[in-house]
Design a protein around this ligand. Structure first.
Ligand code: SAH
Length: 258
């Protein structure tokens, strides 16, 4: 039976890939990878592996989901080991559910390799927790956007709860609408808030503000990389970049080399 691995590459720093993810890429015969995947992860694929880039950064046209699905199926039916490599955790805004359903409906077995999502990477890098005793007892991984680009209807009451940490994905462009809505639902305008660009990578950028100031702060930052917004009391604990981690070459983690 043919098989596809839906593999999480982590937030874009090779050291934040799991060992299982690195192994999967090293055995790939066909690799379909998204825009947020780092070059080092793609470079782990064997030389003869077919490499297909499926995504471009926001705004530019990416390959249609249907095209990606068909491609994966065609390659899997040729008997190739297909690895679908995604940024962050494949199960967090990664369409792993859609891809799994399509592949399984077509008789292809699917394995999902979990990974580090952007919110975890941002918290670790900038020294704040996502939950905190007595302060944040709920973590909400949310996107404000619906398929047609409108602001989503549900969940605002929970997001406005003072003990919720809200991590907003794909929210750069809707920061103003989100902040306005959260405050309208009763979230304190002085609630600490952050915008983190390129979380997990050496070039990561942290912008500290509060809920009321979030839209202006995001606009002023003129981000170019992927951005995660974070609203909640825990954001007050954010520090400028934590001491550099000592890099460990991915090849060694995956059992290559000395
Ligand atoms: N599966 C990914 C999310 C994909 S949706 C994950 O688990 O992280 C794409 C959105 O994720 C981006 O718009 C941005 O909001 C966020 N994102 C992904 N990688 C990021 C990074 N390194 N730094 C900040 N935000 C990131």
């Amino acid at each position: 039976m043919s098989r596809v691995l839906l593999v999480s590459a982590g937030p874009g720093a090779p050291g934040l890939m799991t060992v299982r993810a690195a192994e999967a890429v090293r055995t790939a015969e066909a690799l379909l990878y998204d825009a947020l995947v780092c070059d080092e992860a793609v470079a782990l694929a064997p030389e003869r592996c077919i490499r297909i880039r499926t995504g471009k950064r926001s705004g530019k046209a990416s390959m249609k989901q249907e095209t990606i699905n068909r491609l994966m199926l065609r390659l899997a039916r040729r008997g190739l080991t297909v690895v679908r490599l995604k940024g962050g955790d494949a199960s967090v805004f990664g369409r792993s559910g859609e891809e799994r359903a399509f592949l399984e409906a077509n008789g292809v077995a699917v394995e999902i390799v979990p990974g580090v999502t952007a919110a975890s990477a941002a918290a670790a890098q900038f020294g704040f927790p996502l939950t905190h005793r007595g302060e944040a007892r709920r973590l909400m991984l949310a996107t404000a956007r619906t398929r047609d680009g409108a602001l989503a209807d549900g969940g605002w009451r929970e997001a406005a709860d003072p003990e919720t940490t809200v991590a907003l994905y794909m929210a750069g462009a809707s920061a103003a609408a989100v902040a306005e809505r959260l405050m309208a639902e009763g979230r304190r305008p002085a609630t600490p808030a952050l915008a983190v660009e390129n979380a997990g990578r050496p070039e990561a950028r942290l912008v500290r503000t509060d809920l009321a100031g979030l839209p202006a702060a995001v606009a002023a930052a003129a981000f170019e990389g992927p951005v995660l917004l974070l609203v909640g009391e825990v954001a007050a604990q954010a520090k400028d970049q934590s001491p550099r981690t000592v890099p460990i070459p991915v090849g060694r983690l995956a059992g290559q080399g000395a």
